[in-house]
Ligand binder design. Sequence first.
Ligand SMILES: Nc1nc2c(ncn2[C@@H]2O[C@H](COP(=O)(O)OP(=O)(O)OP(=O)(O)O)[C@@H](O)[C@H]2O)c(=O)[nH]1
Ligand SMILES: [Mg+2]
Length: 414
Amino acid sequence: MDQFISDFLSGKKLQQLSSEFLPYYSTLISKAGGILSQETINDIQEDLVKGKLKDMVGKIQKSLVEAENAPLDVAVIGECGTGKSSFINALRGLSHEEEGSASTGVVETTMKKTPYQHPKYPKVTFWDMPGSGAPNFSLETYLETVEFAKYDFFIIISSTRFNENDALLAQKIKNVGRKFYFVRTKVDNDLHNEEISKPKSFKKERVLQQIRDYCLANLSDIGVPEPHIFLVSNFDLTDFDFPKLEETLLKELPAHKRHTFVLLMPCLSDSAIEMKRDFFKEKIWLDALKTSALAFVPFMPFIYGFDLPEQEKCLAHYRSHFGLDDKSIKEIAQNFGISEQEIRSSIKSLDFQLLVKDDCTIAKAKTCVEAYCSVTGGLKSSILQFVKTYILHLKFLNTVADDAKIILHKTLGS
Ligand SMILES: Nc1nc2c(ncn2[C@@H]2O[C@H](COP(=O)(O)OP(=O)(O)OP(=O)(O)O)[C@@H](O)[C@H]2O)c(=O)[nH]1
Ligand SMILES: [Mg+2]
């Protein structure tokens, strides 16, 4: 059982909990940051000191609702043919031939600004911009059509060297207070070409370093100070700098937008899976803290039930977020030539009954509830249901996240 929640329920002094809140919260959240803004953290600490538990509940609830509903608009810009549309398709988890994917091709393809919703998370929109170097291109009209302030951040893409237009766009983005990241695509091509042309001396890491150094020198030549650059292949997001790009974007987003971004991160690396796990863990914890506080608010009806279909829904929800729903399992089997049976037998999160039946959950919940009842008396059954649910949700989450890693390594291996 979580120490902070357990202390809360067993009636530890709120003054003391207030000073323990921030250090505890910091150990709990993802390395890329949490859902609560610094302002909300300060407010919660103050509410704890003053014993204003109802206010604290309201603030946590507000942060959770904001995190759930935050829209995210990402603009992808750069020269013609650099792989903007392919990058968007990769982020949306769609192959280039799938229905609803952005058109890609060897000739100029994207002629006007086009929004693409994430198929699973409709609040996330990627904006596919026309290429900035087309023959009929005019920087002035381009700047007008882009509407810089509208987006949360920009990805500037190049497949060779960045140019003056990219630098101008970066400056413009900076002026409206938005962030931009440079992504160098098609590194798979570069590696392939180098390997064919210099089979004896070819070293993958050295070639990648050369591309990185070249891009950095090129960006500083055109006046971009200390640029961040990420090397990717749109055909393989598990490799190169894509995981680092995800982590950087997540860190630099405002707190309430991080949750939306973390949802769309494909489970293509251990670090992406861990960041997802941490975010959901934080949400479960904030929910539990809110509910624990409510149990101490006078005149608030505290009725908490344990509804099996609801629990099953919760498990299905985690499976979907970690790409382990039935549809995804089928796709993994097809794409990697592994039998569906083999995938299903190697993971534990498909057996809801087994996860729920575990006696440890009830034993753990009872210990915690006894502490609470020794302080307040009454309410025993509701609190027991709440603690049981809390422990179970954590268990669902951890089982699903561990399973996602098992499947990731199975597919990487094949
Ligand atoms: N090898 C390799 N090819 C890529 C990569 N990204 C894109 N391509 C190919 O590059 C070509 C252009 O890709 P698009 O995604 O259409 O490029 P775009 O920037 O949207 O092009 P416009 O819309 O015309 O500006 C296509 O043939 C893609 O398959 C990559 O990372 N590696
Ligand atoms: Mg395009």
